[in-house]
Ligand binder design. Structure first.
Ligand SMILES: *Cc1c(COP(=O)(O)O)cnc(C)c1O
Length: 578
């Protein structure tokens, strides 16, 4: 059943009038309006003869939120076009009468898509920058202004809050989200100082409460009492592989391919040299100019000591495809960009790189514990990542390294230390690599640090990656939405992708006075970080944050900007912000 009517009021009336025939309950209609749509929706709701709806949610910038809310709560205060125009520069007043194309049916069908497109096209003629759609099924109906909402978790949150009768950006809505949050119970497993909203778990994860207990046990019992016997009796010798397998569970790596050792930088050196040896004759190494500097520096170090090796940077020297034309040995890329939070299509990139004959090495520093990674499934060759960021294993905790088992017979560790030896305790004068992934160990592993990692992995064991990713995307969406509702004169520009599926678990905004603003935020207990020259970075760790935290953080930022307090804060680059 389809019908084209000429404005949103008639659309809702039409739905209500035809509810019986359409087979849904008119009182379950939820009206969702965004920007200009919010005004239209408000007008519908304030009409004396408006049909009874389950709820209405209006999303709007600061300029237009208040008049909308007034017109909604006060039946008399019908907002006319004049009033709306005065109150709201963002309002698309000429489009108050807009075409609404109604389609009721299954939202999965091709016909639905076709109808949505027709509707979209009709709306675009009037307001090119805006989109509109009407979604429906047998017992639930939404009018959605702005198709982009559909791609985000925002859409689900909107309907949840509509049912609870509050606005999606209200503090009350945060309580609704927090109550529905499946991961809310994880927060109590971490220690967090009073008065701190920690948005930097992407740089240094929070402390699991069980970590000091486990570390104390290792120090006092295993070391203090067990002494050297603990290499065997407490299982120290096996730890690098055992913990590697546990991390493997978080990155889609079957057992026997991951070890925990050294730092990312050192592990990269090992893997890149191994890759050069495996692709003998090929001398080119490729990474991105926007990669984390240490990754680039390690390649440059290898370029210096190995004759003929050349490092090429995507961006500075050409595109990935261009650089792959000249037989590369290996490509090193970071799954989630450390500054912008943009994430790469790991499977696609891996395929392209391997098709050229090069090996694909992934840096998972901002992916492990932030989103789903499936190294085996995407057929990655090698990977590295750290445990002190999203994995919460503490400062200086060792990194991990992955080599796909199909390469174990030929991949050789250039730092051939005794812990990678076939039989370290034979103390043979000649090096012979251990079988499998063990040969990528170098020296004595950091057993005390492993304790904190174990405590953290115990928490991760019970976490569903799907729940984690869903919450992470919802938090990022909410943060962007709240930031963009602030006074535009504050001057923040979104740097991260708006589409949550193209983002890791962080959101960055650009501001020319970013350093001073971040310092002012930190003074007020909101800890994010700053990346030169002008990026404010906010990490959203689903295990330790609530939706209310995010709301409060933006509220505090608003206060700092409104009062200009950040101007009193020193903005020379000292040690305060990392
Ligand atoms: C954090 C980070 C590192 C850190 O490397 P370490 O050698 O472990 O200190 C490396 N690469 C990327 C992409 C990072 O984000």
């Amino acid at each position: 059943m389809t019908e084209i009517v000429d404005d949103v009021r008639r659309a809702v009336r039409w739905l209500a009038d035809n509810a019986d025939e359409l087979g849904f309950d008119p009182e379950r209609i939820v009206l969702v309006g965004h920007s200009a749509g919010a005004h239209l929706a408000a007008m519908v709701m304030t009409k004396a003869d408006a049909p009874k709806l389950a709820g209405a949610v209006f999303l709007s910038g600061v300029f237009d939120l208040e008049p909308v809310r007034r017109s909604y709560v006060n039946d008399d205060a019908k907002m006319n076009a004049e009033e709306a125009k005065t109150n709201s520069p963002a309002l698309l007043a000429p489009a108050v009468i807009c075409p609404v194309h109604i389609y009721v049916g299954d939202s999965e069908t091709e016909e639905f898509k076709r109808q949505s497109q027709l509707m979209h096209d009709a709306w675009c003629q009037k307001v090119p920058a805006c989109t509109l759609s009407v979604l429906g099924n047998r017992n639930h109906f939404n009018i959605v202004f702005d198709l982009t909402l559909l791609q985000s978790r925002l859409f689900n949150r909107i309907t949840a809050t509509a049912k609870a009768g509050c606005n999606v950006t209200d503090l009350a809505a945060m309580k609704v989200f927090d109550q529905a949050d499946k991961l809310a119970c994880e927060r109590a497993k971490f220690q967090m100082p009073e008065g701190v909203i920690y948005l930097d778990g992407n740089s240094l994860g929070a402390l699991p409460k069980a970590a000091p207990v486990r570390v104390k046990e290792i120090v006092e019992k295993e070391w203090g009492e067990g002494l050297i016997r603990s290499w065997g009796e407490a299982g120290w010798y096996k730890k690098p592989l055992e913990l590697g397998d546990r991390i493997g569970g978080l990155i889609g790596a079957a057992a026997g391919q991951t070890v925990v050792a050294d730092s990312i930088s050192v592990n990269l050196f090992k893997l890149v040299c191994a890759a050069l040896e495996m692709r003998s004759g090929r001398k080119r190494l490729i990474t991105d100019e926007s990669n984390f500097p240490s990754d680039i520096y390690v390649l440059q170090g290898i370029e210096r000591i190995l004759p003929g090796v050349e490092v090429k940077l995507i961006g500075r020297d050409g595109s990935l495809d261009e650089l792959l034309e000249d037989s590369a040995a290996a490509v090193l890329l970071t799954g989630v960009d450390f500054k912008t939070g943009a994430c790469l299509e790991m499977q696609q990139v891996t395929e392209r790189v391997q098709a050229s004959g090069a090996l694909m090495i992934w840096d998972l520093a901002h992916s492990a514990g932030a989103l789903s990674v499936d190294l085996d499934y995407i057929n990655a060759d090698m990977a590295v990542g750290c445990t002190y960021k999203y994995l919460n294993a503490g400062p200086g905790a060792p990194a991990f390294l992955y080599v796909a088992s199909r390469h174990h017979a030929v991949a050789r560790n250039p730092i051939s230390g005794w812990f990678g030896h076939k039989d370290p305790f034979a103390f043979d004068a000649d090096y012979a690599p251990a079988d499998g992934i063990r040969q990528f160990l170098v020296g004595t592993p950091p057993i005390v640090s492993y304790g904190a990692l174990e405590a953290s992995l115990d928490i991760w064991e019970g976490v569903s990656m799907t729940d984690l990713r869903t919450k992470s995307m919802a938090m990022g969406d909410l943060f962007i939405e709240l930031m963009e509702a602030l006074d535009p004169s504050y001057g923040f520009t979104l740097v991260s992708p708006r589409d949550a599926s193209k983002r890791g678990s962080q959101v960055s905004f650009r501001h020319k006075d970013g350093l001073a603003i971040m310092r002012a935020l930190i003074e007020k207990g909101v800890i994010g970080d700053f990346r030169a020259p002008d990026i404010l970075r906010f990490g959203f760790t689903p295990l330790t944050l609530s939706f209310e935290d995010i709301w409060q953080a933006v509220n505090i930022l608003n206060d700092i900007m409104k009062t200009g307090r950040w101007r009193d804060v020193s903005s020379d680059r000292g040690a305060a912000v990392t």
